[in-house]
Design a protein around this ligand. Structure first.
Ligand SMILES: [N-]=[N+]=N[C@]1([C@H](N)O)O[C@H](CO)[C@@H](O)[C@H](O)[C@H]1O
Length: 840
């Protein structure tokens, strides 16, 4: 394709920062200009936030050439583009990542010095992160967008621009308190509103059939309510390439922002009612991680961003005068879980009702364009929409879903004549009890591929979640194990390790993590192992001062940093970790502590506001921390910390500072996990169960470099099918008995015996996540950890081998697999030819 002609007076073709207006002086000039013209500030009176905004604008300027060039390539060259539809994009802070991917971090440091700012970190601290996601699913979408750009694959991420993201978490008297996340309050320099590319979206109303000009009977939708979707584009720059893809986030606005008639008759609320109602669509992110929300507004949000996104894709074909029937050649649509699954019905509606395409053709276009990723097996997370609500909000879509379902059931009748049971089981409509629409079935029937996010998980989807569908369409079911971007999670978060890796294997490990295998040669090199350990200590010192500044707790960087950071959920078993701590506490108190290993145990994670047991688990951990941290017997041996407001920014401090990564979910429950990958890349050892991606991690780093414990998924199944009794395990383990007794008498709740009763009753009663069954094995494995820690050389060797062998978990590998096996797309480098002289 002919190179992007750069006749525009903009800095920025990726030849060489020095030559293309990327040197520190150009950055300084850019900042000065934005302070003056954009922010109306003089350098002399600029606050750190002003300088953050000025530097961000100056950096965004330097993205624009690539951003526009990349859009031009998509516009000019009929190439299949990836559309990643996700209700969540947990993109994290942008400035440091864009500086890294542009390769001008040092230039920014130098420019800031001329404003009297000694360190870039001072400016990075003030950046608000857009909390547009809950946890793993949202962060995965962000890692994937960055890898798509770094691999030079044209892509658009489609999502919602929530005005309020995931709540900020405060800890008050040990309890989680949610605070609204006003991330936009200081302004956000990383977006480009595109109001002229807005879309209309309908809700409610009714459908009516009519005869079209060819006399065919057709159905059409007459919505009773409308909203406008205004796109806000966020550049997603690849690492040291010209590709800059975009994240298109939809903001909801009213078709009629102000009703003068209502105003004139003094009905002031009426005057803005519609505006308020519409804006609510993108007002706030639902703060649940992996549970079905089932609320009307949630379904409206899903239809809102999906309809805008599909209209946007179809419009891009019209703009390029490409026949709509060629949609599958130009767009491959990935559904990030069932949250955007309405896309199957909405694409059919747009193709049939708006573009008058016949059913079969429309179905062919849809099923050859859409693919679906499942992220959880938890029954309570599988979205099912009440039929009444669905019909009320999306009557035309329900008509189309009935037709899809009818045709599907016809197929089944042919394949399984007389087997009504399988029809009921696979139908999109769940007729049992409250009739509902099963979104996972709609996605599976409408998709050409369904993938899980780790080998075990994808296998369990086929064996447990959807065995009949897997038998029906074995070719559709596949696996793409999750990955994380090494740019943010190693190069950016852990500069001292990054420098050591570059020293040892050269700079290309950042885009080719397999190169890290070369580090294996250093596994017995004491000198190198000490350097490696030093990088970890750097991280631990940084985290220690952060812990002290946030919680007032003093922790010893030379102690074993044992970390569990993730959303609080019973299946992730933060309470199992807490019980183990009490056992350690008792051993120290009773003098039966075998290994004098000073440990700092750190927790972090938000609980969904409506999830009582998760909130009680946070209170429980803080109750234990108060007792342990105020007990002189624990000095120099045990410290427990609950770090508030765990998010991407905090993750960037925690992952490089961890010795032991806790991945202790009940086997069969954690689809993949991605924190486990970030820890291993940064040289932490994992104590974990054979669950999710832990299985592949253990295979790759080798079992001697992984602390495995616990029952396997099939052993858990056996326990479940044979009337599992937690009491059996309690009676077998005196330490566990003593731990439970201490909780019961209120030892960690100032004598209040009631506070943790719900937790105790659940653990000693039904124990749905088999905490009691795995406790003893877990406690024993922690002893193995302590023993190993006392052998520094052995520990560092194991840690090095984790980093060396975690290259597989780069999101570049995941994206390559999606491109080859599901999307059938290939990289499309963006050429920028510019006559430098002409530019500068
Ligand atoms: N929803 N959801 N699913 C999850 C996470 N909670 O966001 O998706 C993540 C991303 O696929 C998985 O790593 C994790 O195991 C799974 O529970």
């Amino acid at each position: 394709n002919e190179p992007f002609d750069l006749r525009l007076p903009t800095p920025g073709c990726y030849l060489d920062p020095e030559k293309a207006g990327m040197d520190s002086d150009a950055v300084f000039q850019g900042m000065t200009a934005h302070l003056f013209y954009t922010l109306g500030k003089l350098a002399t009176s600029a606050s750190p936030h002003d300088l953050y905004m000025a530097l961000s604008y100056a950096v965004k300027d330097r993205l624009m050439t690539r951003y526009l060039a990349s859009q031009e390539v998509i516009r000019k060259k009929p190439q299949k583009t990836v559309a990643y539809l996700s209700a969540e994009f947990l993109i994290g802070p942008q400035l440091s990542n864009n500086l890294l991917n542009l390769g001008i971090t040092q230039e920014a440091e130098d420019a800031l010095k001329r404003f009297g700012i000694e360190s870039l970190s001072t400016i990075l601290e003030v950046e608000e992160e857009p909390g547009l996601g809950n946890g793993g699913l949202g962060r995965l979408a962000a890692c994937y967008m960055e890898s798509l750009a770094s691999l030079q694959v044209p892509a658009v991420g489609y999502g919602i621009r929530y005005e309020f993201g995931i709540f900020n978490q405060l800890i008050r008297d040990g309890w989680q308190v949610e605070v609204t996340d006003k991330w936009l309050k200081g302004g956000w320099p990383w977006e480009l509103p595109q109001p002229d590319e807005s879309c209309f979206v309908g809700f409610g109303g009714r459908t009516e059939s009519y005869r079209d000009d060819k006399g065919n009977y057709r159905s059409r939708w007459i919505p009773s309510e409308h909203a406008i979707g205004v796109p806000h584009d966020v550049p997603v720059l690849g690492y040291r390439v010209n590709t800059c893809d975009r994240l298109r986030l939809w903001r909801a606005d009213a078709t009629e922002s102000f009703d003068f008639y209502a105003f004139n008759i003094g009905d002031y609320y009426g005057a803005v009612e519609e505006k308020v109602a519409s804006e609510t669509l993108s007002k706030v992110l639902y703060p649940n991680d992996g549970t079905d929300e089932g609320r009307r507004l949630r379904l409206k949000q899903q239809h809102f961003f999906v309809s805008c996104s599909l209209q946007d894709m179809l419009r891009s074909l019209e703009k390029r005068s490409i026949p709509i029937t060629e949609f599958p050649k130009h767009w491959t649509v990935q559904l990030n879980d069932t949250h955007p699954a309405i896309a199957v019905a909405e694409l059919m509606r747009l193709l049939i009702d708006q573009y008058q395409i016949g059913w079969e053709k429309a179905w062919n276009i849809t099923t050859s364009s859409v693919a679906y990723t499942n992220h959880t097996l938890l029954p309570e997370a599988l979205e099912k929409w009440d039929l009444g609500l669905f019909n009320d909000l999306l009557p035309r879509h329900l008509e189309i879903i009935y037709e899809i379902n009818w045709r599907f059931l016809q197929q089944l009748r042919l394949r399984y004549p007389g087997d009504d049971k399988i029809l009921q089981k696979l139908s999109i409509i769940d007729e049992e009890g409250f009739k509902s629409v099963r979104m996972a079935h709609l996605a599976t029937i409408g998709a050409h591929h369904i993938n899980g996010v780790a080998a075990l998980h994808s296998d369990l989807i086929k064996r447990q979640l959807m065995p009949e569908f897997a038998a029906l369409w074995p070719e559709k079911f596949t696996n793409v194990t999750n990955g994380v971007t090494p740019r943010r999670w190693v190069a950016l978060s852990n500069p001292s390790l990054s420098n050591l890796l570059e020293e040892e294997v050269g700079p290309n490990w950042i885009t080719n993590m397999e190169l890290l295998k070369k580090l294996e040669e250093k596994k017995d090199d004491n000198n190198f192992l000490e350097k490696f350990e030093e990088t970890k200590l750097n991280g631990k010192r940084k985290l220690s001062s952060f812990v002290h500044s946030k919680t007032g707790i003093l922790v010893d960087p030379s102690s074993l940093f044992d970390v569990q950071v993730k959303r609080i959920h019973q299946y992730k078993r933060q309470h199992l970790n807490a019980l183990q701590i009490i056992a350690q506490y008792l051993r120290i108190k009773n003098g039966t502590n075998k290994f004098e290993v000073p440990r700092t145990i750190i927790f972090g994670g938000k609980a969904a506001p409506g999830y009582f047991m998760a909130k009680l688990m946070i209170r429980f951990i803080n109750g234990i921390a108060d007792v342990v941290n105020s007990d002189p017997d624990m000095d120099g041996l045990l410290r427990v910390v609950f770090l508030p407001d765990y998010n991407v920014k905090l993750g960037e401090i925690v992952y490089p500072a961890t010795d032991l990564s806790e991945q202790i979910s009940t086997a069969g429950k954690e689809a993949s996990g991605t924190g486990n990958m970030k820890f291993a890349m940064n040289g932490a050892l994992t104590i974990g169960t054979l669950d999710g991606a832990n299985v592949e991690l253990r295979d790759l780093v080798k079992k001697e470099n992984f602390f495995l414990f616990g029952k396997t998924e099939s052993e858990i199944m056996d326990l479940k099918n044979n009337n599992y009794s937690p009491k059996t395990f309690i009676n077998q383990c005196p330490e566990l008995k003593e731990v439970l007794r201490l909780i019961e008498i209120g030892h960690f709740s100032n004598g209040d015996k009631e506070l943790f009763k719900p937790l105790l009753n659940s653990l000693t009663g039904h124990d749905p996540f088999f905490v009691m069954a795995d406790f003893e094995d877990y406690l024993n494995k922690q002893d193995v950890v302590s023993e190993c820690w006392n052998n520094k050389k052995a520990w560092n060797k194991m840690a090095l081998l984790n980093t060396a062998r975690s290259g597989y978990f780069s999101s570049d590998r995941s994206i390559r697999e999606y491109c080859e096996s599901i999307w059938k797309v290939s990289p499309m480098p963006v050429e920028i030819t510019c006559d430098v002289e002409e530019l500068t």
